[in-house]
Design a protein around this ligand. Structure first.
Ligand SMILES: Cc1cc2nc3c(=O)[nH]c(=O)nc-3n(C[C@H](O)[C@H](O)[C@H](O)COP(=O)(O)O)c2cc1C
Length: 167
């Protein structure tokens, strides 16, 4: 059993998560998807000018999240975490998820950062996860589903090698 945990504001991370979960379903891996978000989500407009986003992202503020109901770490053989990058950091709902479940997830973790720039944000994301006790197998940065298809496929192969298909 696999858990896929993500946050998405403008849809890119969701598109990636949908792609990965479809692939996993086709390969017979049963997946629970959790979209975590702030109790009070950010306004949709002018995200780059939103002072709350800037403050929460840069200060590493831990916020109250919803969407993780039913996420019991011991149920899952693999956990996949996907987040947009905001101001160089994981989006606050995912950072808060990482802090909330620090040292609670024993299964291997795969993570994906989505971003617009060709910068390898995955290195920092991996460090943050590891410093909170997550056992990171692989962590990648994705700019576009199309351009990064090879890297995404490798990640999916890695994930499926860890879990047993259900059919
Ligand atoms: C407030 C804000 C800050 C961002 N900061 C960065 C950044 O530092 N580096 C980058 O490459 N992309 C940055 N982006 C672009 C997003 O990381 C990228 O579009 C992401 O894939 C969006 O995911 P989503 O559509 O699932 O919300 C930022 C976007 C927003 C809205």
């Amino acid at each position: 059993m696999l858990a896929l945990v993500y946050y998405s504001k403008t849809g890119k991370t969701k598109e990636l998560v949908d792609f990965i979960s479809r692939r996993l379903r086709d390969l017979g891996v049963s997946t629970d998807v959790f979209m975590v978000k702030p109790i009070r989500d950010y306004h949709d407009k002018l995200l780059h000018l939103n002072p709350r986003i800037l403050h929460e992202s840069l200060s590493g503020k831990v916020i109250s999240i919803v969407g993780d109901k039913g996420f019991e770490p011991s149920r899952y053989g693999v956990v996949v975490i996907a987040t947009p990058i905001w101001w160089g950091a994981a989006a606050p709902p995912i950072y808060s998820f990482i802090v909330k479940y620090a040292n609670a997830v024993e299964s291997p973790v795969y993570c994906v950062a989505t971003a617009d720039l060709r910068v390898d944000y995955a290195v920092k994301l991996r460090e943050i996860l590891e410093s909170h006790g997550f056992r990171v197998r692989e962590c990648i940065t994705v700019r576009s589903l199309k351009e990064d298809a090879d890297r995404i496929n490798l990640l999916v192969n890695g994930i499926t090698s860890e879990v047993k298909p259900t059919h």
